[in-house]
Ligand binder design. Sequence first.
Ligand code: NAD
Length: 278
Amino acid sequence: MTYTGIDGKVAVVTGGTGGIGSAVVQTLSRAGARLVVVDLDEDRARAAAEALPGPAIGIGADVSTESGVESYMDAAISEFGSVDLHHLNAGIAGKPGQQLTEASVDEWDAVMGVNLRGPFLGVRSAMRHFVARGTPGSIVVTASIASLRGAADLLAYTTSKHGVVGLVHGAAVYGGPIGVRVNAVAPGIVPTPIFGEAGMQDMRKRASTSPLRRAGEADEVAAAVAFLLSDDASYITGEILSVDGGASIQNTNRYGGGAGLWDTAGVDADLLNAFRGD
Ligand code: NAD
């Protein structure tokens, strides 16, 4: 697959050794980009960079901190001179299954730090760089189906990913006049390690309730990221592109939209029992 205007560009991908990030760095590298693979573990980031077909470096950095974002930008500029494309993709889930009443402030802050402060710092740093060098670039943030829909658990995750939509909209309005496009992909269920072993096991089963009746593959998200970063998407900005097999557009209150596919009595049993004191 070719993507216009990716060849020769410098691309930063955060969370670049994870499930989706690995697919993105491979897709962009195959399309001719020079890659800066950013992740928490420097050794893993370096190994991922070395495995790519084109020029690449691996950087260990925590995207939730200003010093982490500065360090990956400094390393990218020192190696390649400048950065054109940013995929701000690093994310954590928090504790799946945790109900609102059990949610902790520490977990809330940790999830917000990686999923929302991280993309904010990444977007700010990218914009400062584009303004300083006087030429535009393109940014994609990884949002989620949780940016658009709620769930009884994953409250911090859902809130952080809703926040990403606001960040993308605001940054797209800022960047438009200087030619910087800012978009997001909103994956549905893609089996990766993010939700842990247990989450991984029933991901494919849960995804079977989506219109396409299956989970997504990381390569399918990567293709959408590469498209949005490329000049093929030259008139698209501020867009939240769902890559979710149609999961977010179902009317689950209707049988024809999936109502009844889940046993809600079973799903709600623990909550109702706790409420009644059973
Ligand atoms: P993953 O766990 O495989 O990858 C996430 C990567 O982010 C990991 O490599 C991890 O080390 C890295 N990371 C975590 N905290 C970091 C930090 N502070 N600094 C730098 N790197 C950090 O999960 P994934 O599924 O590939 O997730 C990628 C993105 O996709 C996340 O933003 C996630 O919220 C989003 N997403 C995933 C799904 C899904 O079903 N897998 C669905 C919707 C959205």
